[in-house]
Design a protein around this ligand. Structure first.
Ligand SMILES: CC(C)(COP(=O)(O)OP(=O)(O)OC[C@H]1O[C@@H](n2cnc3c(N)ncnc32)[C@H](O)[C@@H]1OP(=O)(O)O)[C@@H](O)C(=O)NCCC(=O)NCCS
Length: 169
């Protein structure tokens, strides 16, 4: 049996909104309003193009999207970027697709001038795998905000420094 190769792309098409909804909902990690926000970012990008500030990498096998990232520059910072979303189909987790999606996203952010990449996540057990993944991809915890999302649900901010900022003379 031949398996179709995974293809990565950064262009965004209308069908991606529903693909994002399907992948994010199937993960079981996100609330209905978080799922809506994930889809809204695709819609923003479709409506405004790169002016939206939302960049994407999609992993696709044959016609099906199997994972994606969304990232962009953080307003009012010189060169900080946020990774807003990373999610991969349950059947493709542990396959290396997530690592490759993140690697390609980092390359694009670097090309766009990023010096630091930030990722916000939650301390809840649902996100153990995500936190392990970020650590194994070279991110470190920069800050924790206890009870940020709710009781015993801290916000955990990861960072990867791509280049050291040089202070002005
Ligand atoms: C987060 C996510 C993208 C990670 O992708 P993944 O394919 O599951 O990650 P992998 O299985 O390739 O794991 C990568 C690394 O993470 C680490 N890891 C995985 N599960 C872990 C766990 N439970 N505890 C600690 N580390 C873990 C391992 O060190 C692994 O490294 P290795 O490849 O050297 O063994 C994926 O699980 C996902 O889509 N989750 C649902 C959506 C989500 O939570 N997104 C993040 C929101 S903040």
């Amino acid at each position: 049996m031949q398996t179709d190769p995974i293809v990565y792309r950064s262009d965004v098409c209308t069908a991606d909104a529903e693909a994002v909804r399907r992948i994010v909902a199937a993960s079981g990690c996100f609330s209905a309003s978080e799922i809506d926000i994930a889809v809204e970012l695709v819609d923003e990008r479709l409506g405004k193009g790169l002016r939206s500030g939302y960049h994407f990498v999609f992993a696709q096998r044959a016609e099906a999207v199997v994972g994606y990232t969304c990232f962009g520059p953080i307003p009012c910072t010189e060169s900080g970027f946020d990774l807003y979303w990373i999610a991969v189909d349950l059947g493709m987790q542990g396959s290396g697709v997530s690592r490759e999606l993140l690697r390609r996203s980092e390359t694009q952010m670097r090309e766009l001038g990023a010096t630091q990449i930030y990722i916000d996540t939650s301390s809840r057990g649902h996100y153990d795998r995500a936190r392990g993944f970020y650590t194994s991809c070279g991110y470190r915890i920069a800050a924790e905000f206890p009870d940020f999302y709710g009781p015993d649900d801290a916000k955990v901010v990861y960072v990867k420094t791509l280049a050291t900022l040089i202070p002005p003379p």
